[in-house]
Write a protein that binds this ligand. Structure first.
Ligand code: SAH
Length: 356
């Protein structure tokens, strides 16, 4: 690590901001020493805000039917080999009930963009979950919808929405998605969600095809400006039935490095150690926590559909019952010295940038 890199890391941890050119220089300067220094600072600042708490979110994968054709995704519309499924409202509520009994207080309903889940149907499901489990937060991760739709879902009780921006570089976005999808609409969604009052999560894949350090620098600048409540990042992993089947996966090291940087950019952010990180390395999620992450998301989907929600190859945790997933992740969290907390785990609001 040279003096310039050390100075960038010092400045980032002091000011929580860098220029786009400096983010790029920091990304390009990654080595073991700079990664260790970033992780040390990231863990320290997370400890100040959250202590040794790690939040768990129960993930319910409600449908793998999708109208979109994202080039990287295993459940893209063009993948005729995907065995499609859709959970019934009763199944979704049963997953939440099982999760509640296991101590979960946040449920994340994620799925492809499946038009069967109209606002009316989703509002009923959300209403029922909120009635039965009033101490729980509900998070949706169902892709792009209209502002009116987001508003109706919010009014039905949804607390949070995860919508990875995927890349903050419009040219890169166009190489990952078909022409029918638009960067501007995805960004519009994030700003609408924020304006409506949701806690909002953005994020991106690390090592996706055509990603450059300049594009990653834009992602970091976007995160600095948008200040998301949550930020999901994980390595890109190829899926054998997509156009990116022969691409290389993102690396553990780069993902950990970016987790630490994101923690320093926005200290209170809720940052998951993702399933994709656990897929590229057997201790990927533990390493994620040690780099600055503070959320894990055990799978609560019915075991019989888990393999079908295959965004990428070799996804882990597809054979375990929810209770096993919960116990396994708790043991992993404790092994690296942290503690699973079962409250809703809302983001800690930080003073505004101007006050820092
Ligand atoms: N339809 C929802 C949920 C998408 S799946 C939406 O549009 O938000 C959740 C995330 O999985 C995506 O945002 C993407 O970043 C990630 N993902 C998809 N394919 C992947 C792959 N091949 N490797 C790693 N992550 C992938």
């Amino acid at each position: 690590m040279n003096a310039r890199t050390a100075e960038l890391i010092e400045r980032l941890s002091r000011e929580h901001a860098l220029s786009e050119a400096d983010y790029r220089a920091l990304i390009e300067a990654r080595d073991d020493e700079s990664a260790a220094l970033l992780a040390e600072k990231a863990v320290a600042v997370r400890h100040e805000i959250y202590g040794d708490a790690v939040f768990i979110r129960g993930l319910i994968e409600i449908s793998n039917i999708c109208k979109n054709d994202c080039l990287y995704c295993g459940i893209r519309r063009s993948n005729a080999n995907a065995q499609r499924y859709r959970l019934t409202p009763e199944q979704i509520i049963a997953c939440a009930a099982e999760g509640h009994a296991l101590g979960f207080r946040t449920f994340v309903l994620q799925g492809g963009e499946d038009a069967w889940f109209t606002d009316a149907i989703l509002c009923e499901i959300i209403g029922e979950i909120k009635r039965r489990f009033p101490d729980c937060a509900v998070t949706l991760s169902l892709g792009e919808r209209s502002r009116d739709s987001y508003k109706r879902l919010f009014d039905a009780g949804v607390d949070r929405y995860l919508l990875r921006h995927e890349t903050a570089d419009p040219d890169h976005y166009a190489r990952l998605h078909p022409a029918s999808m638009s960067f501007d609409n995805r960004m519009r969604c994030l700003y609408d969600l924020r304006a409506i009052g949701y806690q909002v999560g953005c994020g991106f894949m690390v090592g996706s095809p055509f990603q450059t350090s300049a594009a990653l620098a834009k992602d970091l600048k976007f995160i600095e400006d948008f200040r998301p409540d949550m930020c999901g990042i994980g390595p890109f992993i190829p899926h054998h039935d997509t156009p990116f089947r022969d691409r290389l996966a993102g690396t553990l090291e780069e993902t950990l490095y970016l987790l630490s940087i994101i923690r320093l950019i926005h200290p209170p952010v809720l940052l998951p150690a993702t399933t994709a990180l656990g897929t590229i390395h057997p201790e990927g999620r533990e390493k994620g926590l040690l780099a600055g992450a503070n959320v894990v998301m055990p799978n609560l989907s019915p075991v019989q559909v888990r393999k079908q929600y295959e965004l990428y190859d070799n996804k882990i945790c597809t054979g375990d019952e929810s209770a096993q997933c919960r116990r396994c992740l708790e043991a992993r969290v404790e092994r690296v010295g942290y503690r699973v907390v079962t409250d809703r785990g809302d983001v800690k609001k930080s003073p505004s940038k101007a006050q820092q």
